[in-house]
Design a protein around this ligand. Structure first.
Ligand SMILES: CCCCCCCC/C=C\CCCCCCCC(=O)N[C@@H](COP(=O)(O)O)[C@H](O)/C=C/CCCCCCCCCCCCC
Length: 215
């Protein structure tokens, strides 16, 4: 009993983790970024095994970044900015096709970065939704506007099927464990600008170095 209380998911805590991502000079801490994703994956796992193919991929990418952070060159992976500089300076990124560095930090983080755009779009829809809005529709619209453009047909099909298994809006809100729908809306209103800022800083950094299409 004590365990289940301790482990109860709170979306507020997860989104707070994203607020820790930014340093004073607006660099993005990799540690907090992956912690934020870990929390989101926990939330997704609580929705059922139909999402496990998605969470496996996310966990795999989180682990790749954690291994860099804990590895001998970990000091270079403290922020996304230092990671990009280190990997580019040392030719550790496959720029045109996957070859010597198929799992660089830069390409791995890019996949999560694209997913962060999906999250931003989905949460914004959720924030402005009404009682009869369908989470499956909000989720697939957000997906089609973001991640889908980078996914093969088979992945899009599987994702589209999984979205139909999403619980309704009220159950979703309950699992988020934030409080009343009004409190959820307020919390999303506070969290979204932070998520957008992390997204925009990363997007600009990747654009500046021409890294947005890494294979
Ligand atoms: C209101 C509560 C907040 C919502 C909580 C959302 C929880 C979401 C948690 C995790 C999201 C999944 C992140 C997925 C990362 C996908 C990265 C990716 O694009 N990987 C593909 C490309 O990788 P490489 O092959 O190039 O290495 C890979 O092919 C993908 C495979 C799996 C399918 C990914 C489908 C993504 C759908 C995202 C929507 C998740 C919906 C969850 C609904 C709660």
């Amino acid at each position: 009993m004590a365990n289940s209380v301790e482990e109860k998911f709170s979306l507020r805590e997860v989104l707070d983790t994203f607020s820790l991502c930014l340093s004073e000079n607006k660099e993005v801490y990799v540690q907090h970024y992956v912690e934020g994703w870990r929390g989101l994956v926990r939330f997704m796992n609580s929705l059922g095994s139909v999402f496990s193919f998605i969470s496996k991929d996310a966990v795999n990418k989180i682990e790749i970044l954690v291994n860099f952070l804990n590895g001998e060159n970990g000091a270079h992976y403290v922020t996304i900015q230092s990671m990009v500089k280190y990997e580019l300076d040392n030719e550790l990124v496959d720029l045109t096709r996957r070859d010597k560095h198929p799992e660089s930090g830069c390409r791995t983080l890019l996949r999560l970065h694209r997913a962060l755009r999906w999250l931003e779009l989905f949460l914004e829809r959720l924030r402005t939704s009404s009682e009869d809005s369908k989470t499956s529709v909000m989720c697939s619209e957000a997906y089609n506007e973001s991640l889908a453009q980078h996914h093969a047909w088979i992945i899009r099909k599987a994702a589209g099927t999984a979205f139909w298994a999403l619980p309704g809006r009220q159950t979703f809100f309950d699992v988020m464990n934030v409080g009343t729908p009004e409190q959820v809306v307020a919390m999303l209103g506070n969290a979204l600008p932070l998520i957008s800022e992390v997204y925009n800083i990363t997007e600009n950094l990747y654009a500046q170095h021409d890294l947005l299409q890494l294979p």
